[in-house]
Design a protein around this ligand. Structure first.
Ligand code: NDP
Length: 444
């Protein structure tokens, strides 16, 4: 049996009941076969076995008291996956679906994503099955304080620097940072996505969504195409989705559909983003309200229907496995030309195959949504240097990073004989740098 297949088989055997982790590992390892064939020394050094095993997994109890005085207990996770090229870096996700499989898949993806940014950051991820939705600010604060009371001993500005993800936005990062500072008596860049008054960076909020549009625009440019007059659909209506919409609109695209976990809205005139921001960012409401406010807009229950809306560009920005084979077929039949993944692993392996086979330009998450973590690394640089860069400066750096990522994955795909296959390109380009560093460090 070939080395890659052997590692994958062992991974599945020794990590049962972790379907998301298996899925991410399958996607990554199968594309790395040409690299390990070129480097027989990797097998001798057990490189892949070490690459797919987290350096450290931290599991902990998070007790907190709700507004009725009831004690609740959630599970807390931090997976410190790989620190070969820099301190662990990756977000925290608070969502009821969170389990070890999801955190490990996100952590594994994060290693390669962070490598692709060209910045010195390793891969990690964490979170909890806590659901901030419907909780009072005081309950969210109590939870965050309890979570940090354990997490603080495992993180540090040069060790492990968490950030936001699903369910962890400015409010949660604020409470987490406040508790860290209180326990450690240190005002350092231990979390990114911080508020602008306490060490945050301009553009961090917009970075993942803007970055997604910048890299998609670069892929378009290479094909003498642009966002101008393109019809776009965006799943989700959270941080990534909102700022992808903002940037796509500013480049002349018409975004006609978005969703939240209950259902989707369709507005043939183009979505009014200020109304979405008011509903989702200010009121923490449901996207359904959009159709009550905007005449002519339609709301439909259920998320899946969004993929039946005809479009040129689809930007999945909500969660994993939101585009299955059936949705991918539908998108292709309705003429989609570009798919850029804002969320992590939003397309199933079958959906990716369909996009590839049908010639859709497909930009995988680890390249397409790397703008968020790249800007987090810029936030870390500003924190440690006690500097504060302007919006224009950070935005220009972000755009530059996204253009470089595109060129890098395009070049790697060509180099290995897979022109236009950005899944191959991203996995190979991300991996080679990490592998080279791991080989230099010896067996650790
Ligand atoms: P948010 O919590 O801000 O928004 C998430 C959005 O997705 C919400 O609209 C939410 O709906 C929807 N959603 C979440 N889970 C589901 C589900 N199971 N089914 C349908 N809809 C769902 O998160 P972000 O925007 O930060 O993250 C979105 C994605 O982007 C995630 O995959 C994340 O890992 C990825 N990402 C985020 C980065 C960042 O900088 N924030 C960086 C790189 C990747 P509802 O409001 O109803 O819950």
């Amino acid at each position: 049996m070939k080395y890659v297949e052997q590692v994958l088989e062992n991974l599945k055997k020794h990590n049962p009941n972790e379907p998301e982790f298996h899925q991410a590992a399958t996607e990554i390892l199968t594309t790395l076969a040409p690299v390990v064939e070129k480097h027989p020394e990797y097998e001798k050094a057990g490189l892949l076995e070490r690459f797919i095993e987290p350096e450290r997994v931290i599991l902990f109890r998070v007790p907190w008291v709700d507004d009725n005085g009831k004690v609740n207990v959630n599970k807390g996770y931090r997976v410190q996956f790989n620190s070969a090229i820099g301190p662990y870096k990756g977000g925290l996700r608070f969502h009821p679906s969170v389990n070890l499989s999801i955190i490990k898949f996100l952590g594994l993806e994060q290693i390669l994503k962070n490598s692709l940014t060209g910045l010195p950051i390793g891969g990690g991820k964490g979170g909890s099955d806590f659901d901030p939705k419907g909780k009072s600010d005081r309950e969210v604060m109590a939870f965050c304080q309890s979570f940090m009371t354990e997490l603080y001993r495992h993180i540090g500005a040069d060790t492990d620097v968490p950030a936001g993800d699903i369910g962890v936005g400015a409010r949660e990062v604020g409470y987490l940072f406040g508790q860290y500072k209180r326990i450690r008596d240190e005002h350092v860049g231990v979390l990114t996505g911080r508020g602008l008054t306490y060490g945050g960076s301009l553009v961090r909020k917009e970075a993942t969504g803007y970055g997604l549009v910048y890299i998609t625009e670069e892929a378009m440019k290479a094909r003498k195409d642009s966002f101008k007059n393109k019809t776009v659909i965006i799943s989700g209506s959270g941080n990534v989705a909102i700022y992808a919409c903002e940037k796509a609109q500013s480049l002349g695209a018409k975004v006609v559909a978005m969703y939240d976990s209950n259902g989707y809205i369709y507005d043939s005139d183009g979505i009014k983003l200020d109304i979405i921001k008011e509903i989702k960012e200010v009121k923490r409401g449901r996207i359904k309200e959009y159709a009550d406010i905007v005449k002519g807009a339609v709301y439909k229950d259920g998320c899946k229907g969004i993929w039946s809306v005809p479009c040129d560009v689809a930007l999945p920005c909500a969660t994993q496995n939101e585009i299955d084979a059936e949705s991918a077929e539908l998108l292709v039949r309705n003429g989609v030309k570009y798919v850029g993944e804002g969320a992590n692993m939003p397309s199933t392996l079958e959906a990716i195959e369909i996009f590839k086979k049908k010639g859709v330009v497909f930009l995988p998450a680890k390249a397409a949504n790397a703008g968020g973590v790249a800007t987090s690394a810029l936030e870390m640089a500003q924190s440690s240097g006690r500097m504060f860069w302007s919006f224009e400066e950070v935005d220009a750096k972000l755009k530059n990073i996204m253009i470089n990522i595109y060129q890098n994955i395009d070049k790697s795909a060509k180099e290995y004989g897979y022109e236009g296959d950005y899944v191959m390109g991203a996995n190979i380009a991300g991996f080679v740098k990490v592998a080279t560093a791991m080989m230099a460090h010896g067996i650790v």
